[in-house]
Write a protein that binds this ligand. Structure first.
Ligand SMILES: Cc1ncc(COP(=O)(O)O)c(C=O)c1O
Length: 1002
């Protein structure tokens, strides 16, 4: 074992897929065997039905794969190029000490690698984690409904503003205080472009560093008739405490909705007033960043958007206009306590173009970690951190103002743990000097204050700075500046800004918490152990080495607002991963910011809008074409971007759905008709390829040419890249933009719902419109730049950076050969299962049995089967979801049920599993066939061996129970038979046990 491997905190040989070449379990012998069964001679033949002119020839080059040891050495060396200094940089992303429980929970594979808990009986682990997170935030804020969870504070802010306009019916204007973080404002402005949301910025007073209430009142008067809400920070972008109660009262007096932007670390006992206590009744919404509750800065991501709304006697409706996931308490069939996702009728997979947002993958795992960290700290621990942060601030304020020329920028305002100081020299020169002493002494906010010739520094403190850090600052200042005999004392925080009550949130011991979360992990399943056949979700093995490398201190501890020269390692990763995705897609440019597939879609569609605004010569392109079978995020994204579906003057607008032909592919005849009818009205098309039935769109190029011929653009939903990466050149295919879900094809763990990351690649046409940051290499130095016509920013920094490190590590471990093999074995595995299982079940789309499948396929039942099973009392639409529950009885996860076909089970095996594992899966499906034929009643009682029986989701949605008092940790029910034990039984034995369990079912 070589040196780097020996020093790992885990033993890679203990994980059966960890050290396999390209993490692929199938042996060469097994590959040959399957090829023979399928009547094929080579893996290349799997792609014979794809047109030759869209394939890579020899131009696909990712380089040679690195060995496990070399990979660790390489990424460690890159990480070491980052310079981590004593830091007083906080601004929009604070940096607190991280609770040790976070590392513990990160090691629980049942929690890190599970998918979104769409099967509550197999997802109680994730669901309880999220429920506890929501309730810990509920304890702090007083808000009943806390979403679990959303991308980050900026997108939350946009979602809150949008929700306020929905609730205020027909009022589309919102006031956004300019004293919010500029990065958040930029994201809101980017997202609102081309939509009906009218965002008015209210300037703050640059001499007081506060927003004048009289100015806000003037704006309210001016926009009153169309005004829905006001969004304001509790602590603003220059560190000052705004008059948050005064602002809330303005909202109350004018019947406007109020949105508070808060920091949860500041509102525990003895801290600042929580948003539920502002004004007379508290605000309607609050939004916050939660990354610092659980993670170090990680160069800006993954973040955690925290979003709260009211759900009480006076307001039970607002919640229905809000986006994202809420978890509610219910019971299972046996009356046991259970939790499940609720209110999902607002979500994109149900409401499609009427969804309240397009978010699908989100930051669930960061919410899990934040929940664990809050339970580890308890309210007392948070108060302690608050007090340390405040003490550090007071000490530093006192120190800095004792030097000649250092003056408080706002002498008459109060702050908590950040303050602005006016410097005697140029701010950037000052920061450069400090860096020579290994200090990151804040950020330059002179421009934020729009004050000419001002030199203003914003310094942030937390519980992270020590006495030694203080002395380091002191000795730096003493070396360069003159100390005077006077100094200032930080102004006291006025009583009215402080919380009067005690927060009830106990702290639990690390061991107790770890044990609890481990038990929760056992309630889920992981692709570590077994096939996880969720179609479209690509639940492949997630290498541990990726997590290890993403956790290197050089990677995690870097703040995104650090100087570029300190961030050369992280910038190198961004630069190289962008390059790798240009290789993978064959396209010319890359957007690094999108944090999930759905956000990638939005980036693509908004680039289309910007391109058309420049090229359409007065023509309004207001139609987007989307196949009927598309994932719900596609229509939800288009609507969110501003494509509102309606008839106007006898003409269609917004989304036009395209049907499938008898081959399960886009109906080119319908497409041609639509294109000839609407030609220059068409902005573009969004197509998933291979499509959601697992069929490659062999007419894609023809379709793209047709769309291009009328000036439209082509978006490819790249959720299924796992089938074609390294094989198909998307440039040759005619793609203008595509997202690559790093949390699917590129192996990063799904975390029970996210975070994801979704690098978007674009054609030459769109390169100038790429949003956010890009990285170039000039004279050996990595530098950030922006595209000349950038459409703005979707993330305050570089997206979910830590996940890019995981993706980067995976790509280096695969190399050219590995990427091609990954796609080939993913397709081989699916083709093999399709070959075997297609004999026992009909497949969908109808009459497409002979069309080759790529990485996934859909099984269904015959009409006779449905009729027969319906007669035993199971509603027709419940039959497929109930069959999904039967899979859980065999210790595996269910396939995707009822999507994209309402009566289908979509199976995607991925490349991670051996033939032996695939054969066992076939045996499971054959056993399910036998149950359906001979014992269909069993469907009623399934699942039988999960920790809880079937969950009462109807009750959960009718009688919404969002809150518990966390006075102890909930008891965790064990599996009746663990997935591991089931895996060691014969299928027949499991069958016998199912029969017995069914007989005992009451
Ligand atoms: C085909 C397809 N498109 C888009 C998405 C949305 O991606 P994300 O969940 O990363 O937002 C998914 C997610 O399952 C998908 O399967």
């Amino acid at each position: 074992m070589s040196e780097h491997v020996r020093n790992l905190p885990y033993d890679p040989t203990k994980f059966k897929r960890e050290t396999l070449p390209h993490y692929i379990s199938m042996t060469d012998g097994e590959i040959t065997e399957i090829l023979q069964i399928l009547g094929l001679h080579s893996l290349d033949e799997l792609f014979d039905h794809l047109p030759d002119n869209i394939k890579f020839k020899n131009e696909f080059n990712m380089g040679k794969a690195l060995s496990y040891n070399d990979l660790i050495e390489h990424v460690t060396n890159v990480a070491n190029k980052n310079k981590i200094m004593t830091s007083y940089v906080g601004d929009g992303l604070k940096n607190y000490n991280i609770e040790k429980i976070v590392d513990d929970v990160c090691s629980i594979r049942g929690l890190t690698t599970a998918y979104t808990p769409y099967q509550p009986e197999r997802g109680q682990g994730t669901l309880w984690s999220l429920y506890l997170f929501s309730n810990a935030i509920h304890a702090l804020t007083g808000f009943e409904a806390v979403n679990a969870s959303m991308y980050d504070r900026s997108t939350c802010l946009f979602e809150a503003l949008s929700a306020s306009t929905k609730i205020s019916k027909n009022k589309n204007t919102v006031l956004l205080l300019e004293s919010n973080y500029p990065g958040d404002i930029e994201v809101v402005q980017t997202l609102r472009k081309h939509t009906s949301l009218n965002v008015i910025l209210v300037p703050f007073n640059k001499s007081t560093g506060l927003t004048d209430l009289s100015v806000v009142k003037d704006y309210v008067e001016k926009y009153q008739t169309d005004l829905a809400s006001i969004a304001f920070p509790q602590v603003n972008c220059v560190g000052n405490i705004e008059n948050f109660s005064g602002l809330t009262e303005i909202c109350e007096d004018h019947k406007l909705l109020s949105i508070a932007v808060i920091d949860p670390m500041l509102i525990s006992t003895e801290g600042l007033l929580p948003p539920s206590q502002y004004g007379k009744k508290g605000t309607n919404f609050f939004v916050a960043e939660g990354q610092h509750l659980a993670l170090a800065p990680n160069f800006g991501g993954p973040g955690l958007g925290i979003f709260g709304t009211r759900y009480n006697e006076t307001d039970k409706l607002s919640i229905r206009a809000t986006p994202g996931r809420y978890i509610g308490k219910t019971i299972d069939h046996d009356g046991n306590d259970a939790v499940t996702m609720i209110l999902s009728t607002r979500e994109q997979h149900i409401r499609r173009d009427k969804a309240s947002s397009n978010i699908c993958s989100n930051q669930a795992f960061i919410a899990t970690l934040a929940g664990a960290a809050l339970l580890s700290r308890g309210s007392k621990g948070i108060t302690k951190s608050f007090k340390i942060a405040r003490k550090n601030t007071e000490n530093l304020y006192n120190l800095i103002t004792s030097f000649e020329g250092f003056k408080p920028q706002f002498p008459n305002t109060t702050f908590v743990n950040e303050f602005c100081v006016s410097l005697p020299i140029n701010t950037s020169d000052f920061l450069k000097m400090a860096r020579k002493d290994q200090l990151e002494l804040g950020i330059d906010v002179s421009e934020r204050l729009k004050a000419k010739n001002a030199n203003v520094l914003l310094i942030s403190c937390s519980d992270i700075q020590t006495d030694e850090d203080y002395r380091k600052v002191e000795s730096f200042l003493l070396k360069k500046f003159k100390k005077t005999s006077t100094s200032l004392i930080a102004p006291k925080i006025p009583e009215k800004y402080l919380r009067p009550d005690q927060v009830k949130l106990p702290a639990f011991k690390r061991e107790e918490l770890f044990d609890f979360y481990q038990k929760l992990g056992e309630q889920n399943v992981s692709p570590d152990d077994n096939i996880y056949p969720l179609g479209s979700c690509t639940m492949k093995y997630n290498p541990l080495v990726n997590d290890y490398l993403a956790g290197l201190p050089g990677i995690t501890n870097l703040h995104p607002q650090t100087n570029e020269l300190n961030a050369q390692g992280s910038l190198q990763i961004l630069y190289e991963i962008a390059d790798l995705f240009k290789q993978i897609t064959g396209l010319a440019g890359v957007a690094l910011q999108p944090v999930a597939g759905a956000q990638g879609e939005l980036v693509g569609i908004k680039m289309f809008q910007a391109y058309h605004a420049d090229h359409s010569k007065g023509q309004t392109r207001n139609i987007i074409l989307i196949p009927k079978s598309a994932h719900g995020t596609n229509p939800a994204t288009s609507t969110m971007a501003g494509f509102i579906t309606k008839e106007a003057n006898g003409s269609a607008q917004g989304i036009i759905e395209i049907c499938a032909n008898s081959h399960g592919q886009i109906d080119m005849n319908q497409l041609k008709e639509v294109v000839s009818k609407y030609h220059q009205q068409i902005a573009g098309i969004m197509v998933t390829n291979p499509n959601t039935s697992g069929i490659f769109e062999t007419n894609f190029k023809e379709m793209a040419d047709l769309i291009h011929s009328v000036g439209g653009l082509v978006y490819m939903d790249g959720a299924n890249m796992n089938a074609i990466a390294g094989i198909v050149n998307l440039d040759k295919l005619g793609v203008d933009a595509v997202h690559n879900n790093l949390h699917k094809t590129w192996s990063i763990p799904h975390g029970g719902g996210g975070p994801g990351d979704a690098i978007v690649a674009v054609s030459k046409k769109l390169i100038d419109y790429i949003p956010g940051t890009q990285v170039k290499l000039s004279n050996g130095v990595y530098e950030i730049f922006h595209a000349p016509k950038s459409i703005g920013s979707f993330h305050r920094h570089h997206g979910n950076f830590a996940h890019k490190v995981r993706g980067y590590s995976y790509l280096l471990a695969l190399g050219t050969e590995g990427v091609i093999k990954m796609s080939s074995i993913a397709v081989l595995s699916a083709r093999y299962l399709f070959h075997r299982l297609g004999k026992a079940f009909p497949t969908l789309p109808e009459n497409t049995q002979t069309i080759p499948r790529m990485h996934e396929f859909i099984l269904t039942l015959t009409k006779e089967d449905f009729d027969r099973i319906q007669k035993i009392g199971i509603p027709r639409t419940n039959i497929i979801p109930q069959i999904g529950k039967l899979f859980l009885d065999f210790g595996v996860h269910a396939p995707t049920v009822a999507f994209p076909e309402a009566f289908g089970l979509m199976i995607e095996p991925t490349e991670s599993f051996s033939k032996k594992e695939l054969d066992r899966f076939c045996d499971i499906v054959f056993c399910i066939r036998k149950i359906l034929d001979e014992y269909p009643n069993i469907l009623i009682s399934a699942p039988h061996f999960t920790p809880i029986k079937k969950v009462d989701e109807v009750k959960a949605n009718k009688d919404i129970k969002l809150n518990i008092n966390i006075d102890r940790l909930p008891s965790v029910l064990p599996n009746k038979i663990t997935p591991h034990a089931l895996d060691s039984m014969s299928i027949n034995e499991i069958f016998e046990r199912i029969l017995k369990a069914h007989e005992e079912y009451k």
